[in-house]
Design a protein. Sequence first.
Length: 339
Amino acid sequence: MTDVQFKNITKHYGAEVALSNFSLNINSGELVSILGPSGCGKTTALRILAGFIQPTAGNLLVGGHEILELPAAKRGYGMVFQSYSLFPNMTTFENIEFPLKLRKIDAAARAKRVNELLDLISMEEHAQKFPHQLSGGQQQRIALARAVALEPPILLLDEPLSALDATVRDQLRDEIRSLQKRLGITTVFVTHDQQEAMAISDQVAIMRSGQVEQLGSPRELYQNPKNSFVARFVGISNQIKSTKIGDAWKVLGSSVSGPAEFNTGIAFIRPEDIKITPNLDGIAVVEEISFLGSFVRVFMSVEGNRVIADLQISEAEKLIIGQQVELTIRDANPLIESI
């Protein structure tokens, strides 16, 4: 078993606190993304797991065993960085073969393993090329194959796609996920890109200021954010001032359930949860309509505030700029926080 448990990990750099009682459980065979803004501590957590740095306090267990005293070289984890870190004087074949040579695996077994990996990453025809002869995406595939050559118990990915252009990044992201599933390897993926994390992960840990704000599946984080930080960080949310009337909350033109302990708050509403109905007495005015392929994004002004709604193409056909409309919430239970 290669489950991972960070238990109250704290890391200080002088007066700076990089991690503060950081706790996170990763199940064996899962791909878990650690997502957060720059400086939140996500890379520090990864480097502690890799064995590159030691925490100030806390425990780290892999497969139920404490590993903090185990040096990085003896942990045997595969790691892929943002920079490809390939040897420029080695061919594709030789780069992938390198860790196998270090382990003194015999030549026949090395060749068999490298050819398996070349097939896995669809790079057979590039086996004898040097890194400078390959694209960035191809180089990152080689780095990935090299990282898993020794069948490590854990794969660590530190912003591995951020140096690639958007099309290659999306393709390689899907390939990483496919490879991870086929190998069944416990994987930790560090990124600041929410789309990457949501597309690739079994679970996502949202971090802020050295701690996990929320851990959950991509769907759970999007549909049921724990607080306003998560709601803002994952996807787009309208922030609408709302009031409690009786036992219900008035949000736009709908009554929804919400907290009982305060009477005025901010509701966080996803654009797809807003319904638009043309109404001469409506308080919203259509300002802009953007066709985005599979849906239409409508920008409106509501009492001086901008509200965004995402509609099916058929729903937006009769909308025009300058039109007054009524807004209601579809079947949703929004997050509402006190002002």
